[in-house]
Design a binder for this molecule. Structure first.
Ligand SMILES: Cc1cc2nc3c(=O)[nH]c(=O)nc-3n(C[C@H](O)[C@H](O)[C@H](O)COP(=O)(O)O)c2cc1C
Length: 303
């Protein structure tokens, strides 16, 4: 059994596998499959200051080796999370990452203030949701706005702050450097890639929102490339995601430079995916005689 412990921005995780925001709710539904204590952590469903219904259905579509979603940050609001979900979740023996998004900087700062002093281990500031009209990706697509919101949130919290980056940009490394300069403790990437699917019989987009976020195995090489580029551009840790569905994928993402990984779409096809990935990482390390998973981070040897 290899040592699977990793550290990200001063937070220790018992293993590097974290269900990604939006793929695992607040964890409750998955407890019937396995104890949540087996996971490195949980990034909870993206939350906003007030409850949100999200976008009209249909808002999920299958694509070759992936999926499109336009859920649009449906969530019960930050107070419902803090009052109804967090007290139980904090007893489960895993790290809790609060994923937050806002349509204004003020909304984000207010949410962060409410989280301060709670059992949340880390904030994941989502500046990259492609499925909301205001805020979301709008913050994450220019260096100025990404820096601005990071600076404001940084001042409002003492908790470790991870900023989640959008792949729908010209230079993800520039955005990563901008949020690092304003005090982000870590970055996570990638959020979904903007995509579209059309029903050729009705000539209508399959999603009611017309466009949606693409994720799943089809995006994996793009995510690996972006994690590698960002890990080489910043000094803060990188949490990698996008299409991971096996232990080998997780190892590859970590070799690209990720200190930990998140798993999203894979959970929709197999709720056991996170625990299978943890086992897969351990098996690979044992087979290769590597004592600790942290030894592989960033070890790719580019030509
Ligand atoms: C249905 C669905 C909902 C999502 N909701 C959120 C969200 O609320 N906040 C967020 O930061 N990312 C959200 N994401 C993006 C994922 O966390 C992840 O960044 C992305 O799906 C890439 O990883 P994957 O290919 O493993 O799914 C969502 C993804 C899906 C598929």
């Amino acid at each position: 059994m290899a040592d699977l412990r990793v550290e990200v921005a001063g937070v220790s995780f018992q293993n590097p596998v974290i269900p990604a925001s939006g793929a695992f709710g607040f964890g409750r539904e998955y407890e019937k499959f396995y104890p949540l204590s087996e996971l490195g952590g949980i990034s909870v469903k993206g939350m906003t200051l007030n409850p949100k219904d999200g976008n009209p259905a249909p808002r999920i579509a299958e694509t070759p080796m992936g999926m499109l979603n336009s859920v649009g940050l449906q969530n019960p609001g930050i107070d419902a999370f803090l009052e109804k979900e967090l007290p139980e979740l904090s007893k489960k023996g895993t790290r809790i990452i609060a994923n937050v998004a806002g349509s204004t900087v003020e909304d984000c700062v207010e949410m962060i203030r409410r989280i301060e002093g709670t059992a949340v281990d880390m904030i994941e500031l989502n500046i990259s949701c492609p499925n909301v009209k205001q805020g979301g990706a709008a913050f994450g697509t220019s260096c100025e706005s990404a820096a601005g919101i990071t600076a404001a949130v940084r001042k409002a919290t003492t908790k470790p702050l991870m900023v989640k980056l959008s792949p729908n940009v010209t230079s993800i490394t520039d955005i990563a450097k901008a949020v690092e300069a304003e005090g982000a403790d870590a970055v996570s990437l990638i959020n979904t890639l903007l995509g579209m699917k059309i029903d050729i019989n009705t000539r209508r987009p399959v999603l009611k929102n017309n466009v949606g976020g693409m994720s799943g195995p089809a995006v994996f090489p793009i995510a690996v490339r972006m994690v590698w580029q960002v890990a080489n551009a910043v000094k803060i840790p990188v949490v990698g995601m996008g299409g991971i569905s096996s232990g080998e994928d997780a190892i590859e993402m970590m070799m690209a430079g990720a200190s930990a990984v998140q798993v999203g779409a894979a959970i929709f096809t197999d709720p056991y995916a996170p625990v299978k990935i943890i086992k897969g990482i351990n098996d690979w390390l044992d087979t290769h005689g590597i004592a600790s998973v942290s030894e592989i981070v960033g070890t790719v040897q580019p030509w």
